[in-house]
Structures are given as structure tokens and as C-alpha cells.
Design a protein around this ligand. Structure first.
Ligand code: NAP
Length: 305
């Protein structure tokens, strides 16, 4: 099968190569999925899991990409809940070969059914950004209707999901980002917008929940904006700052079939809009990741035409 591999961390996305690899086999509780569309987060080349297994042994050359939508082509021993030929989407294990490939083997529990009327490219754009937003807002942030939320990077892949889900849940959403992102954040439902390069973040006052995808100084300053009893959830930990009165939670997204189904149902009925910036083929993927252009949302790789 065709797959993109990485071998040297220092080379970054420029070190990606398109090669032929043996098709993966389904282990216990696995399925093999024929990948139709794949999603990739550029920062994953900085994650230890891209380079080493759970015992910290070198696992290169490794296949990056951890989101996918596709069709089940094989079932491992003991696998239940999914069937051959079923359309699925989900989040692959960080420590195993990923989805920038024609086939991937992964645990069935990390996948959810993809309804027939949802395009594979849309399905592949949802798992990381949708689940990260869902888990940060509702599991870790315990968001309630009527609360106020700062959604950092509100025009980005995760931030646009945070903005929409928080609004739907009845929150008041203050999006942040660069000046050029104001209209996009408002279009995704932000009630207000802070241009982090020209406005003063502190002017927004105290909020119940900060959803951080930026880190560094912005994260540190944001901890002072949490109301007593409020929470800052960050997807770009480790959180260096400690809050004055509230709680700081670093988290890494996990797959969850029920949450994936909630998310895709919202896409079908129009409550949630995807934020796909670019769609490229597998043989264009390396160029797409190295274009030097500013990303305008999620990059999706259409592995099968
Ligand atoms: N822990 C987890 O489970 C998890 C899950 C998903 C994502 N993440 C992490 O979350 C981060 C965001 O992911 P994403 O896919 O949403 O990325 P993205 O699509 O690039 O969105 C980030 C947004 O924030 C903006 N931004 C970043 N720094 C900024 C700054 N200093 N001032 C103003 N705007 C700024 C970006 O603008 P520019 O493009 O102009 O910088 C972009 O619009 C990444 O670091 C990713 O690795 C973590």
C-alpha cells in the first residue's frame, strides 16, 4: 500500500516521504480500515508517540496522521460492534501507525459509524478537533448554560468547534485570534472577539471557562481571567501557570464512540459546521504540509478519489 512515513524528527514535515509499505494486519479487537480520507495535525511530529512505542522503543519509520474516515475491510479476532464494509470514522492510537496510508489497523472501539450522507472528507476532519472541543468543554470544563467561555484560536480547527459547541450549550463565547480571524470567529458563533495582537485580553474581565489551544504567555495571562471556581482547560500543556482561584486541566483527547456520534449528528442536522481549509490527495500531502501558507482550518487528505 502507499503510505507517508517519517524517520527523522529534526526534518519536520519536510522529512515526510511517500513509500510502499505492507498492508497492516488486524490484531485482537482490531479492524483494518481502507482509508478514504485522513486528517493530520502538524504538531504531531513533535509528539514522542510519533517516534516511540509505549515502552519508549524507536518505532520509525512511522506513519503519521491519526484521524480517518473509511470502510472496514477486515476484522481481528474477537472484534465486535463493527462489520465488514461498514463506513466508519475515528481517532487512531497515537503510538501505532496512522492514517496517511491506504489502510490502517486500529482498535474497533476507537471508531464510530459514519452515516451514509456524510462525506469521507468531512468525517476525517471531525475526530481530533470535535472530540477535543467536546471533552474540554463538557468533561473537563463542565460547561453549563449561561456561563462565559474564552475560546482561544476561535477560527482554528479546534477553536471553531469549541465556539460552536459552547454556543449551542447556551454559553456566552469570547473568541480570540489574529486580526484577520475576527469575521470567521463571529461566523462560527462567537459573541465577541479579541484580536490578541491589537486588543487587550484582560479587558474581557472574568469568565467561567478558558479553552486554551495557544499556550505560552496567552495561557499564563488567561489564568488570571478565571472566575473563582472556574476552569482553564488546555490542549497545549504542560500548563506552566497556576490559576489564582480556579482549576487548570491539561488533557489529551481520547477516542469515544458515543461522542463521535453526537458530533456527526450535529454536522448532519446543521448545528455544527466543519472547518476544512484544504483538501489534497495523498501524493500531494507532503507539498500541502510544506506550502508555507497560513492554514485556514483543517487540512484533509483524500486518500481514495
Ligand atoms: N491535547 C490535545 O488533545 C490536542 C488536540 C487537538 C489539538 N491540540 C493542539 O492544539 C493546538 C491547536 O490545534 P488546531 O488544530 O486547532 O490548530 P489551528 O487550526 O492552527 O488553530 C489554532 C488557531 O490559533 C491561532 N493562534 C495561535 N497562536 C496565536 C497567537 N499567539 N495569537 C493569535 N492567534 C494565535 C492560529 O493562528 P495562526 O495559524 O496564524 O497561528 C489558529 O487560528 C495545536 O498546538 C495542537 O497540537 C491538542
Amino acid at each position: 500500500m502507499k503510505a507517508i512515513v517519517v524517520e527523522h524528527q529534526a526534518a519536520g514535515t519536510a522529512g515526510m516521504t511517500l513509500v510502499d509499505r505492507p498492508e497492516p494486519l488486524a490484531a485482537i479487537n482490531d479492524v483494518v480500515v481502507q482509508v478514504h480520507a485522513s486528517g493530520f495535525v502538524p504538531t504531531e511530529l513533535e509528539w514522542p508517540s510519533t517516534w516511540a512505542d509505549r515502552r519508549d522503543r524507536d518505532r520509525t519509520p512511522s506513519i503519521p496522521g491519526h484521524e480517518l474516515a473509511g470502510v472496514v475491510t477486515a476484522l481481528g479476532y474477537g472484534t465486535t460492534g463493527l462489520s465488514l464494509g461498514q463506513r466508519v470514522f475515528g481517532l487512531a492510537d497515537w503510538h501505532r501507525d496512522g492514517t496517511l496510508a491506504e489502510y490502517v489497523a486500529m482498535e474497533a472501539r476507537n471508531l464510530a459509524p459514519l452515516p451514509g450522507d456524510v462525506d469521507f472528507a468531512v468525517g476525517a476532519s471531525l475526530p481530533i478537533s470535535g472530540l477535543t472541543a467536546w471533552q474540554g468543554l463538557f468533561q473537563h470544563g463542565r460547561l453549563q448554560a449561561g456561563q462565559s467561555v474564552i475560546a482561544h484560536g476561535a477560527a482554528g480547527a479546534v477553536g471553531s468547534m469549541v465556539t460552536q459547541l459552547a454556543r449551542e450549550a447556551g454559553a456566552y463565547v469570547i473568541g480570540t485570534g489574529r486580526a484577520a480571524d475576527r469575521q470567521k470567529a463571529i461566523d462560527f458563533g462567537a459573541n465577541a472577539f479579541v484580536d490578541l495582537e491589537n486588543d487587550t485580553l484582560e479587558d474581557v474581565g472574568r469568565v467561567d471557562l478558558v479553552f486554551d489551544v495557544i499556550g505560552g504567555d496567552i495561557q499564563k495571562r488567561s489564568t488570571a481571567l478565571i472566575r473563582p471556581g472556574g476552569t482553564l482547560v488546555t490542549a497545549v500543556g504542560p500548563a506552566e501557570a497556576r490559576p489564582v482561584d480556579g482549576l487548570v486541566i491539561d488533557f489529551v483527547v481520547e477516542s469515544d464512540r458515543a461522542q463521535l456520534s453526537e458530533i456527526v449528528q450535529r454536522v448532519r442536522d446543521g448545528r455544527l459546521r466543519t472547518n476544512i481549509g484544504k483538501v489534497a490527495r495523498l501524493d500531494e500531502a507532503i507539498a500541502a504540509f510544506n506550502s508555507g501558507e497560513r492554514r485556514a482550518g483543517k487540512t484533509v487528505i483524500r486518500v481514495r478519489p
